[in-house]
Design a binder for this molecule. Structure first.
Ligand SMILES: *Cc1c(COP(=O)(O)O)cnc(C)c1O
Length: 386
């Protein structure tokens, strides 16, 4: 399929109607772990599914095109994707990471740092001086996550990737929160993009998966070879399901962010809510930047209840449409309490530095009717008064 197609056309149809055996419009799933050699000393296009698999390759090809990269490598989880993207780091090398990154990422980097696999500097990347000081240490990799989890801080991908390059570092962007439907970091200067495909790309909360997309083909080939060597490549069944979910990425994300914008405005006007973190609100510190570098404000938001942990308990206890659960990006709306759930692995001091307070709640907004979602939040807020 040619590159001049719109991204939403690629998402909906890349690889459709290519089956040469039966003319199947939707490509069959290839679960076979091994592939026949046509003859002695003759290799076919595939030999073993850890290394390569047609179903997984179709998903990788589609994601690579959506992100504008040369090659994507599909792996077993978002964490595996991050670990793979950072696999070039050697003992003594410095990694600069956001101080308020995803909790699992914070754990991965902290433990690898503690084991001496590389050095890590967690930096507030919204603070230009702190970032410049970290770059002066000549890091090998700069990891960017924007909007950040769970406080939705927005950083300038174009500026940070340019500064990283000037300092001799590879720039890696975790694009999980927006998906390529809303943000394309490679066009803004990223060398690698990482996804937890568990989230918006699959979108149906039924597959754990990850992807690394390389701007450069040689870097992508190296990562694919290493993913095969350490055995983290994703399963064909997961790839099949994720590609099916990906077909509707654009319509899902667009409707979900419409719902999120309505909820953010509602919460922002409520006296029991101390503050709302949503880049779509004009008062959000990253609003102008998000408007410039994103194609939309996304379907994630967080907010702080004035009453702290007690208020959180009452609020979530009254909800009927939102489910109290981790994860995000599915068609169903979820509410999470970062201090006790997604970011429980972070030590309390690091959490405090990152601004993750006891009254904070994160919403992943789904495809339900806006009226039902608003009514549910009203129920939760009414429970605070009782
Ligand atoms: C969920 C998530 C991850 C980890 O992905 P898994 O698929 O759960 O391993 C990494 N980064 C971000 C931003 C995430 O939301």
């Amino acid at each position: 399929m040619s590159e001049d197609l719109a991204a939403r056309t690629i998402a909906a149809t890349n690889g459709v109607a290519q089956d040469t055996a039966f003319g199947a419009v939707i490509a069959p799933i290839h679960l076979s772990t091994t592939f026949k050699f046509p003859a002695f000393e003759q290799a076919g296009p595939y030999d073993y599914s850890r290394l390569g698999n047609p179903t997984r390759d179709q998903l990788a090809d589609t994601i690579a095109k959506l992100e504008g990269g040369a090659r994507a490598v599909m792996v077993a989880s978002g964490m595996a994707a991050l670990d793979l993207a950072l696999s070039s780091l050697r003992p003594g090398d410095l990694l600069v990471a956001p101080h308020d990154c995803y909790g699992g990422t914070h754990r991965l980097l902290s433990l690898r740092g503690a084991r001496g696999h590389y050095r890590v500097a967690f930096v507030d990347q919204t603070d230009p001086e702190a970032l410049a000081a970290a770059l002066a240490e000549r890091p090998k990799v700069v990891l960017i996550e924007t909007p950040s989890n769970p406080l939705m801080r927005v950083v300038d991908i174009r500026r940070i990737t340019a500064d990283a390059r000037a300092a001799g570092a590879v720039a890696v962007v975790d694009n999980t929160f927006l998906s390529p439907a809303l943000q394309r970091p490679i066009a803004l200067g990223a060398d690698l993009v990482v996804h937890s495909t568990t989230k918006f790309l699959n979108g149906h909360s039924d597959v754990i998966g990850g992807a690394v997309i390389a701007a450069d083909a040689a870097m992508g080939d190296d990562l694919a070879a290493w993913a095969n060597t350490i055995g983290v490549t994703g399963s064909p069944l997961d790839a099949y399901l994720t590609l099916r979910g990906l077909r509707t990425l654009f319509v899902r994300v667009e409707q979900q962010q419409r719902n999120a914008a309505a909820l953010a405005a509602f919460l922002d006007a409520h006296p029991a809510v101390r503050c709302v973190h949503y880049p779509g609100l004009p008062g959000h510190p990253g609003h102008a930047l998000a408007r410039a570098q994103q194609a939309g404000f996304g379907a994630m938001l967080s907010f702080e209840l004035a009453g702290g942990r007690d208020a959180v308990r009452r609020f979530v206890g009254a909800l009927r449409v939102f489910t109290l659960a981790e994860s995000l990006g599915g068609v169903e709306s979820l509410v999470a309490h970062p201090p006790t759930m997604t970011h429980a692995a972070m030590d309390p001091e690091a959490r405090a530095i990152a601004g993750i307070t006891d009254g904070l709640l994160r919403l992943s907004v789904g495809l339900e009717a806006e009226s039902d979602l608003l009514a549910d939040l009203s129920r939760g807020l009414a429970a605070l008064a009782g």
